[in-house]
Design a protein around this ligand. Sequence first.
Ligand SMILES: CC(C)(COP(=O)(O)OP(=O)(O)OC[C@H]1O[C@@H](n2cnc3c(N)ncnc32)[C@H](O)[C@@H]1OP(=O)(O)O)[C@@H](O)C(=O)NCCC(=O)NCCS
Length: 266
Amino acid sequence: MKAEALIEMRPFVRVATHDDIDRLVEIDLLCFDDVYGDQPPTSEDVHVMLTDRLNAAGELMVVGEVGGQVEGFMTCQITDKGPEDFITWEETTDNGHITGTHNPDGSSLYIVNMTVTPVGSEAGIGDMLIANMYGRFIERRKDSAQLLSRIPQFSKWLLEQEVEFSGLTEAEQDALAEDYIHATKPGKNGKPILYDGMLRRYGYAGAKPVKVIRNGFPDPVSHDYGVLCVVENPLGRARHNRVAASLAGKAIKYLSQKPTIVQKIF
Ligand SMILES: CC(C)(COP(=O)(O)OP(=O)(O)OC[C@H]1O[C@@H](n2cnc3c(N)ncnc32)[C@H](O)[C@@H]1OP(=O)(O)O)[C@@H](O)C(=O)NCCC(=O)NCCS
């Protein structure tokens, strides 16, 4: 294989452009099929939502390519809200458009979406997008980054516990959801790992759960619960130092293009 072809096969991340939107629509509909169920939005609606999202987010929307095809993307907005202010994903993100919620002067990031196809996951695009966004987070000297995680293995766990969830009171359901986010199972080496793969995935990237939110995100497999997670700026107090933040951010963005390195970190 020629050198140029090999370079094209290598996974890499870059800022999204309007030419990517058609592919991002396909990825959104594919990756959220369990959320959308039998009433998926139209491609046109998703196209408008993602175009608005890109217009507001600019360089805070990044895509990952594998073999010349985009296989994942991640978007952040800037916000002045803290974890206590978040109620639903829809309200927090202006129904995914972020037109009215992105506040460039805010002190925190909010991760609007992280969406990776199975091909992208296999190639390490998830880790690369997270690392690249970490670089942007540090470069912009923000205090923290927040995200609402789904808990898509909650329904499976309830089945294993033989719990009839719909027969419980709201208080009992909330208590079970709280228990679930700490539930573990044996990992490959026998050590306990978090039961929920998505929470575990965000945990590896430094996100700590702070609040379980009933009706946080319409998602049948998570019983509509979302878990608000917070990532603190790893530079601590040095985060306000322009030179340190710029150097560290650039270094992390550089490393984000190296799948074998970022896979070891996250
Ligand atoms: C979440 C996501 C971005 C993570 O991508 P990634 O970093 O490459 O990691 P993986 O795809 O390996 O997923 C991490 C874990 O989450 C689990 N997971 C991801 N999507 C899932 C789903 N729809 N249902 C159940 N579990 C899911 C994976 O099985 C995996 O757990 P495991 O290690 O026990 O197998 C990607 O899986 C995705 O796009 N999922 C669907 C869309 C979504 O829910 N995005 C997050 C909300 S914005």
